[in-house]
Write a protein that binds this ligand. Structure first.
Ligand SMILES: NC(=O)c1ccc[n+]([C@@H]2O[C@H](COP(=O)([O-])OP(=O)(O)OC[C@H]3O[C@@H](n4cnc5c(N)ncnc54)[C@H](OP(=O)(O)O)[C@@H]3O)[C@@H](O)[C@H]2O)c1
Length: 307
């Protein structure tokens, strides 16, 4: 029997999961998506219901799969109320643990478990961060630490575990770029806060290729920074974004204004825009991964429509 081409994407209904599903389909893989929504067939993709917590039958879908990739988690793009913070944590840890339990029971285990994580583990810093760099401080950092600890807590014989600490993924629909594009459209797309905070960005196509890389390289294991080679400051990012959208100078938003706007208008934690990190994909580079989008200008002009 040949190698299975089946890949299960848990939480694969979101921004990153949908992009990866179409990438992998084009590369001949058979995709199954775990969702809290209904079991269904849609656009050639199979969706299977789960609750992200308990084993209720979906685990049979994992039998004989080549890879399982987990994207599940409540969006961090919200106000950090007590309730939201709790959900941000439990939705991530529960899903990681449910998948682990399911995989341990399988007769034919997958070759690899890949977990979508975040560069937010480095906190708010302008220092260059490689995989081995120290963690930062604060709520988002703690979330990432608990997430990584839960993912690597148990090792499963014969199954590689890979965590991608994902940066600011630039794609056509959705993701973190959308609110920034909105600001530019409304004429408020100048520098945000001091503008010195870094954005460690990558094109979503390169991220898809990174998932593929760690799936198919038998020696790939552990933690990888999944980001581009040229992080830029917010000031530079906003200026290149305006250019890509065909807009000229726009007024900057000083930090107090950003804080107020974040709470009142965006209904999201202001630190999402005011803090940042300066990260490098050191392990991917060492393993010979080559980027299709190295320059922010090229990546943004691909993703953004002028107007
Ligand atoms: N986008 C980025 O640039 C980026 C950067 C760094 C890290 N990440 C991380 O990568 C993961 C995927 O990102 P994304 O942008 O694709 O996120 P997304 O669009 O919000 O998708 C995540 C999926 O998780 C599921 N989900 C939502 N709330 C849940 C809950 N309470 N319990 C269980 N599942 C829940 C949803 O699927 P169903 O409703 O179908 O169940 C949702 O489609 C997230 O953990 C995110 O933090 C993303």
């Amino acid at each position: 029997m040949g190698d299975s081409m089946k890949v299960v994407l848990a939480g694969g209904t979101g921004f990153l999961g949908q992009a990866l599903a179409s990438f992998l389909t084009q590369h001949g893989y058979e995709i199954c998506i775990l969702t809290r929504g209904q079991t269904r067939l849609h656009n050639g993709l199979r969706y299977i219901h789960w609750d992200g917590r308990s084993l209720t039958g979906w685990e049979n879908e994992l039998e004989g799969a080549h890879a399982i990739i987990n994207f599940s988690g409540r969006s961090v793009n919200c106000l950090y109320t007590k309730k939201n913070k709790r959900e941000i944590i439990t939705s991530r840890i529960d899903a990681v643990q449910a998948i682990d339990r399911a995989v341990m029971q399988l007769e034919q285990k997958p070759k690899v478990l890949v977990q979508a994580g975040s560069l937010a583990i480095f906190g708010n810093t302008t220092q260059l961060c490689e995989e081995v760099s120290p963690h930062g401080e604060g709520f988002s950092v703690r979330v990432c630490e608990m997430w990584e600890e839960a993912f690597f807590f148990k090792s499963i014989p014969g199954v590689r575990k890979v965590m991608l600490r994902i940066g600011f993924a630039l794609g056509k629909e959705g993701g973190a770029l959308e609110p920034l594009m909105k600001l530019v459209r409304y004429g408020a797309g100048g520098t945000i806060g001091s503008g010195k905070q870094y954005i460690s960005w990558l094109h979503i196509e390169d991220l898809n290729r990174m998932f593929h890389h760690v799936m198919e390289h038998e020696e790939a294991t552990g933690i990888y920074n999944a980001t581009g080679t040229e992080p830029v400051t917010n000031k530079v990012f906003m200026s290149i974004l305006r250019q890509a959208m065909g807009r000229g100078w726009q007024p900057s938003a000083p930090s107090p204004l950003v804080r107020m706007g974040a709470y009142l208008i965006m209904r999201a934690d202001p630190e999402l825009a005011l803090s940042g990190r300066n990260c490098l994909p050191t392990r991917f580079l060492a393993e010979g991964f080559s980027f299709q989008y190295k320059k922010l200008e090229t990546a943004l002009s691909d993703v953004v429509k002028k107007g």
